[in-house]
Design a binder for this molecule. Structure first.
Ligand SMILES: Cc1cc2nc3c(=O)[nH]c(=O)nc-3n(C[C@H](O)[C@H](O)[C@H](O)COP(=O)(O)OP(=O)(O)OC[C@H]3O[C@@H](n4cnc5c(N)ncnc54)[C@H](O)[C@@H]3O)c2cc1C
Length: 409
């Protein structure tokens, strides 16, 4: 690796924000180098939000923080120094107007993730940062480093085809840091005997969408998390939305050999009594002999009825309310890094100063983005982690360089 005042490894959203903010803080006459193993920066951004890029979430910190793991307290300084509001202002200033959709999720108005990635890449180039493409930095390169400051922003291990292959963890360890246990999160949960409930045909026209349902996660008999909202059944299991939200604790429990069960409540807005009364009324009002299929059509989306009946072969009008509110799944697997949205675990937060993202172990070393032991729920939280920590690490590294120069004078 060649010399530079600030060297940044990784040109994802965290690395690009670090480069932009470091250049802005230092002004001209400084050498900032950004390395990425790909020719194109921010490759993962192109995939985000199913190609639409859920850039951030507009919730205020007290709500936003509930979606940050394992330590929202650690992230707070970075968030306050470059918040979700600052993010929207920043993207609008670089030609990406934003729009808010359901769930306070912010997207580019064009609904094109490519616009976000390309605007960031352009801004990096306009900042005078030297971009070194197609170079995979190895941990041994770091020992030879001649940088005044080094920022590691290599991302996690999920979707490795994008370049995020977890290299930064070995770099951190080489430089004396601890890496906590890594595991895939925001990922599909696979129920036992799933193939007897759903067949390939059910997914012929895409995922089976479940709207406004309740999901409760049970680990070794205790309910540890309950969420309400949307998710999908796909060929891989329970996916997206609230299924992803419960996946973090579910995967962790499975890794620790615990029993994991999920209860789906298809009618969370109705108590058992009210639902039973509604079913009894529908049955009474049916002309002729009441048909289960017809009653179910009034209660469930068409695409879910066959699977629900297969899962409940003994279904009757008497037990229907209870089955709709308690569809139980024993979870026995999950999708790995190849399909997980984010990697949980990472560079140990105790070894990093939250106000600057500087290493407590090595002078001049900073970390940003998913390589840290920080991850968020789906909903714009992960990109905001990358953006806020990237911006803060960039400013902090620049200030570190300014201080070092003053000491030399
Ligand atoms: C399918 C999918 C959809 C997602 N959708 C959303 C969404 O809508 N909203 C949201 O908030 N989050 C979303 N995320 C998560 C979000 O994209 C990531 O959390 C975020 O990109 C992390 O940013 P980062 O800069 O830390 O790392 P990354 O984006 O992973 O970037 C790391 C960069 O480092 C480079 N690199 C790695 N190792 C080396 C090396 N040795 N040498 C040189 N370069 C290296 C890589 O090439 C890569 O460009 C999604 C993730 C996936 C997989």
């Amino acid at each position: 690796m060649a010399e530079g005042d600030i060297i940044i490894i990784g040109g994802g959203p965290a690395g690009m924000m670090a480069a932009i903010k470091a250049a802005e803080t230092l002004g001209s006459g400084t050498r900032i180098r950004l390395y990425d193993k790909n020719e194109r920066l921010g490759r993962k951004i192109y995939l985000t939000g199913r190609g639409r890029c859920n850039l951030t979430n507009s919730r205020p910190w007290n709500e936003f923080s509930e979606h940050i793991h394992p330590s929202a307290a650690f992230f707070e300084s970075a968030f306050r120094s470059f918040s979700n509001e600052a993010t929207v202002r920043f993207f609008e200033s670089i030609g990406v107007p934003c729009v808010e959709l359901q769930g306070k999720r912010i997207f580019p108005s064009s609904m094109r993730a490519a616009d976000v990635a390309q605007a960031l890449e352009r801004r990096v180039e306009e900042s005078g940062v030297e971009v070194l493409r197609g170079i995979s930095v190895s941990p041994s390169d770091l020992l030879l480093k001649e940088a005044g400051a080094l920022i590691i922003a290599t991302g996690g291990k999920s979707y490795p085809a994008t370049g995020s292959t977890g290299d930064g963890y070995a770099m951190a360890e080489t430089l004396g840091h601890t890496v906590t246990r890594l595991f895939p999160s925001e990922t599909a949960l696979h129920p036992r005997e799933y193939s007897s409930i759903f067949s390939g045909e059910d997914f012929a026209s895409g995922a089976v969408e479940v709207k406004n349902a309740g999901l409760s996660l049970r680990v070794d008999k205790d309910i540890v998390q309950t969420e309400q909202g949307d998710f999908n059944f796909t060929g891989d299991g329970l996916e997206s939305g609230i299924a992803y939200w419960i996946s973090r604790k579910a995967v962790w429990a499975m890794l620790n050999g615990q029993k994991v069960e999920v209860t789906l409540d298809l009618k969370p807005a109705l108590s058992h009594e009210k639902l039973a009364a509604r079913i009894a009324r529908d049955v009474c009002e049916a002309h002729g002999k009441p048909q289960m299929a017809k009653i179910l059509r009034g209660l469930l989306p068409e695409s879910l009825i066959d699977a629900f009946r297969r899962a409940n072969p003994d279904l009757s009008f008497e037990n229907l309310a209870s089955r709709l509110k308690n569809w139980n799944f024993r979870i026995d697997g999950y999708k790995g890094y190849e399909r997980a949205v984010v990697t949980a675990g990472g560079v140990c937060l105790k070894e990093i100063v939250p106000k600057t993202l500087a290493s407590r172990i090595r002078k001049g070393l900073f970390f940003a983005g998913e390589v840290l032991d920080l991850d968020g729920d789906t909903g714009g939280y992960n990109l905001q982690i990358a953006i806020s920590t990237g911006a803060l690490a960039g400013v902090s590294a620049a200030k570190y360089i300014q201080r070092s120069r003053l000491c030399e004078e």
